[in-house]
Design a binder for this molecule. Structure first.
Ligand code: PEP
Ligand code: MG
Length: 553
């Protein structure tokens, strides 16, 4: 049977769900029954009471949630208590607006400021709108927005979802989510990921799909199919369940089905994330982002203080390898104790290894601290520099690391490093490809710009070609070449990377089992065929489709 409609969006949580459509209760936009004219002081008291009650409800939900969901809910509660919001409401009330109109106008103003700030702030507009609707519901005595609890497994379609609604979902009853707005880092995506509910965002046209229609949401391909062939949809859901079971059962070590070894490692940034990694079946840490340990440090921590921080992570990982990255300060991660100059274009400025140009002491003291921590560590410690661009930089860094008895490497994040990987490897023991930055520099597209995400898509054949060149240099030199950017966390793409010659994959701990299980299901030969097919394509979409075909779907 032909589906009656097919929509495509951005897949953010893999998996498939099939069922009748449910939608959140509509929000009433007009306020025919206002709270009545009151004195400004009383209006402000009403606003304070309503907003505080919204904040408390969100905090209570946060306290019974875990991980990212709890953080998102706490942050939304803080929006309800935002002093700027209260000040805007006061101004509108003092100018004569009733409290509901004042709340709407204040939120509109604040939303405009968030949108103008762009990036993560712009993504918070949805949370702010939800806070507004809940406060207005409190002020007018109407029921607040919310998702109905269906009596059979259903698919939730919405324009957008508030954290409080998403966090309260029962994955047994809401088997998939699709929204018209949102991005990979929106709160809907973060919470759906934590709940394990397949999710697609940024799907245009969803408003046309009526409640009750049968829909298949595919969080791998980004498709939302209305009235699909029922047997095919059920079989897609069954396959998805089977592969989830394989993921849950994966225990490592990383191997293709025919036994080709590929290290599956974890990305960490502090003691807490390393504790999680240590519990997972990963073979070690492939990227320890040290700069994230010191985002709040006003002054440079002493060698001993730094060593103590690193030593804790090394000790948690026991005998497993840890790849420590030196400070990647600058651009989107400025550190107070690094003297960053004003730069017109910080992503192309003094960041990563380049901070040692202005202040070589910062790097040498950090290497001393890593060496000190490594001297008492139970497992191997490798050290790599971010943003290496030339062979000379690799040589200087390699010598400084080896002088301290440590294993030296570099990240390949700049196209020049990929092009000259053989030269870099003459001075180093390994390299690790940072696909997040490598794609931003290869495609000249800001990795933070949501509207350019098609260019920074790690399936871009140009990026794959740079990975291929780097892996080839590693193969020739007989030295390991890892990938530690987000590309490695896509299970299908991870097979392509292995086919290109990559020897390790370092991913968020939560993604490690999916990557390991997918590798365990394919042969090295299939990976090589998928890699060859993907690199030969002219677009990211075609590369993904070609790789999937070569891997057998
Ligand atoms: C990368 O650029 O791919 C990388 C892993 O480094 P970061 O994301 O920390 O810039
Ligand atoms: Mg990077």
């Amino acid at each position: 049977m032909q589906p009656s409609a097919r929509y495509t969006g951005t897949p953010v949580v893999p998996g498939a769900g099939y069922g009748p459509v449910v939608r959140p209760a509509p929000v009433v936009a007009d306020d025919p029954v206002g709270p009545g004219a009151v004195e400004p002081d009383e209006a402000l008291i009403r606003f304070a009471v309503a907003s505080e009650s919204v904040a408390q409800r969100l905090e209570q939900l946060s306290s019974v949630s875990g991980g990212a969901t709890a953080e998102v809910l706490a942050a939304t509660a803080a929006l309800a208590r935002d002093r700027g919001l209260a000040a805007f409401v006061r101004r509108h009330v003092e100018c004569g607006a009733d409290v509901v109109a004042a709340t709407r106008a204040a939120v509109a103003e604040l939303s405009e400021m968030f949108r103008a700030a762009g990036g993560v702030m712009a993504e918070r507009v949805a949370d702010l709108t939800d806070v507004r609707d809940r406060i207005v519901a409190g002020l007018t005595g109407r029921p607040g927005p919310g998702v109905p609890v269906p009596d059979e497994p259903s698919v939730l379609l919405a324009h957008d979802l508030a954290p409080v609604d998403t966090a309260a979902l029962d994955p047994a009853l809401i088997v998939a989510i699709a929204t018209e707005v949102g991005g990979p880092t929106s709160h809907t995506a973060i919470i759906a990921r934590q709940l394990g509910i397949p999710c697609v965002v940024a799907v245009t046209g969803l408003a046309d799909v009526a409640t009750g229609r049968l829909v298949l949401v595919d969080g791998d391909t980004g498709e939302v199919i209305v009235e699909p062939d029922a047997d095919a949809a059920r079989s897609r859901v069954r396959d998805d369940r089977a592969s989830r079971e394989q993921v849950a059962a994966w225990r490592g070590p990383g191997r293709t089905r025919d036994g080709h070894p590929v290290e599956v490692l974890a990305n960490v940034q502090d003691l807490e994330s390393s504790r999680l990694a240590a519990l997972a079946p990963v073979e070690g840490v492939g990227l320890f982002r040290t700069e994230l340990c010191f985002l709040d440090s006003a002054s440079e921590p002493s060698v001993e203080a730094q060593a103590a921080v690193y030593a804790k992570v090394l000790s948690v990982m026991g005998s497993r390898k840890v790849v420590v990255r030196t400070l990647d300060a600058g651009s989107d991660k400025p550190l107070c104790f690094v003297r960053h100059r004003e730069e017109a274009n910080p992503a192309l400025g003094v960041r990563g290894l380049r901070i040692a140009r202005d202040d070589p002491g910062i790097l040498s003291r950090q290497l001393d601290a890593i060496a000190l921590a490594a001297s008492g560590a139970p497992g191997p410690v490798w050290v790599m520099a971010p943003m290496v661009s030339t062979v000379a930089e690799a040589a200087g860094f390699g010598a400084a690391v080896r002088q301290r008895g440590l294993v030296a490497g570099a990240m390949v994040e700049v196209p020049s490093a990929a092009l000259r990987a053989a030269g870099l490897l003459e001075h180093l023991d390994f390299v690790s490809i940072g696909t997040n930055d490598l794609s931003q520099y290869a495609l000249a597209a800001d990795r933070m710009a949501p509207t350019l995400s098609d260019l920074t898509d790690p399936w871009q054949p140009a990026l794959l070609q740079l990975v291929s060149m780097t892996a080839e240099a590693g193969l020739q030199a007989g030295k390991p070449v890892g990938v530690c950017g987000e590309a490695a966390a896509d299970p299908v793409l991870s097979c392509v990377l292995v086919g290109l010659g990559v020897t390790s994959l370092s991913v968020a701990t939560s993604a490690a089992a999916a990557v390991g299980a997918r590798l365990a299901a394919v042969t090295h030969q299939q990976c090589a065929a998928a890699a060859e097919a993907a690199v030969a394509c002219d677009s990211a979409e075609a590369a993904r489709a070609a790789a999937l075909r070569a891997l057998g779907g």
